[in-house]
Design a protein around this ligand. Structure first.
Ligand SMILES: [Fe+2]
Length: 359
């Protein structure tokens, strides 16, 4: 295995080359976990993992997560998601909830295991009826973090650029170096800043035409108005900004619209610059692990060849160094309490989710 610094991304980002599945021991996979916690973005280039191996290795670090599944399990009074799935046919689900399950069942990576999956397909490929078979079938995706307007958002994402991926990119932005370069007084303002998140259709998916996809995206990203601190820490304990300004951030608590615009315009001018960004244009079957707490990601390029990737949103509960992503009370303790509850609802049975085909 060889490692080298990814250009951009401040002091973060690591390429891994010449890694083969046959060489992966538990010790080596732990070593890569440490590299990931320290580097926020790790890209294993020319990866030879099968899809099942990719899922299994990812889930050694933590469970697949979904805020929607936690919320709906609780709403209907069940203690875990499998109980919910077994009973869902008897429930009076709302039309939007049914639509979410129908859409998610189409994108779930049952090509890895027909019974249960942690991964979803991300692809422009369509089935014989012209229906989508993956998340985000169309167009560019602007800077965002998955589930960003949720208190219990997934702290990590892995994307396996699997087939017909050349000509497209996944881009990353890290915020820590920018944060550390600010004056002490502005940093302390940022530390106290609370961002208001809300969902607006097509805001970060400008070219996405499918209505069903909008239902998944809204319920995953930010189902209702939500307030979260601007500054938090990654599972590895690195402090930075949870700043999804082109996807769900719509205000600063206590600031007028014009103050919000003035502050965010000035942040954007110095944050969205080359030294903190790296766009990974795929040249081979590459596996990208990326932080979803204090980092943003985006997609550019051509999907017309039938680009196919697999994505898992997950936590890092078996390797993380901190108890809470939130640094200040009451967020910090509340997170520890709620994430435990979340782990009880989702985190067992390999942390892969069942098929929801009984609505
Ligand atoms: Fe994403």
């Amino acid at each position: 295995m060889k490692t080298s610094k990814i250009p951009g991304l401040g002091r973060f980002g690591l390429f891994i080359d010449d890694l083969h599945y046959k060489d992966i021991t538990p010790e080596l996979w732990n070593e890569i976990a440490t590299l990931y916690l320290d580097n926020l973005v790790v890209i294993i280039r020319d990866c030879d993992f099968t899809l099942a191996q990719f899922e299994e290795l990812t889930l050694r670090w933590g469970d697949g997560t979904s805020t929607f599944l936690v919320n709906i399990t609780k709403k209907y009074g069940f203690t875990d998601v499998f109980q919910f799935a077994d009973n869902m046919a008897k429930l009076d689900l709302t039309d939007e909830e049914k639509q979410w399950f129908r859409a998610v069942d189409k994108v779930k990576a049952t090509d890895i295991d027909p019974e249960k999956a942690a991964a979803v397909r991300v692809t422009s490929r369509r089935d014989e009826n012209g229906d989508f078979t993956g998340m985000f079938p169309d167009g560019e995706l602007l800077w965002h973090a998955n589930e960003s307007g949720n208190f219990l958002f997934a702290p990590s994402v892995v994307f396996y650029g699997y087939e017909d991926i050349v000509g497209s990119s996944t881009g990353f932005l890290t915020t820590t170096d920018w944060y550390e370069e600010q004056t002490e007084s502005f940093r302390s303002e940022l530390d106290d800043m609370i961002l208001v998140h809300s969902f607006t259709k097509n805001r970060f998916t400008p070219e996405l035409s499918e209505d069903e996809q909008q239902v998944i995206i809204k319920n995953n990203m930010c189902p209702e108005r939500c307030e979260l601190p601007m500054v938090m820490q990654s599972p590895g304990g690195i402090k930075g900004l949870h700043y999804t300004i082109t996807s769900t951030v719509s205000g600063i608590k206590g600031a007028t619209d014009s103050e919000f615009k003035k502050i965010t315009d000035s942040i954007n001018e110095t944050l969205f610059v080359d030294k903190y960004i790296y766009d990974h244009w795929y040249t081979s079957r590459d596996l990208c692990f990326f932080d979803n707490t204090i980092s943003l990601h985006r997609r550019q390029g051509d999907l017309s060849k039938g680009r196919l990737g697999y994505r898992i949103q997950h936590n890092l509960r078996y390797i993380q160094r901190v108890d809470s992503l939130y640094l200040k009370e009451p967020w910090k303790s509340q997170y520890i309490k709620e994430v435990n509850e979340m782990n009880n609802i989702l985190g067992f049975n390999d942390a892969r989710f069942p098929a929801f085909n009984s609505y």
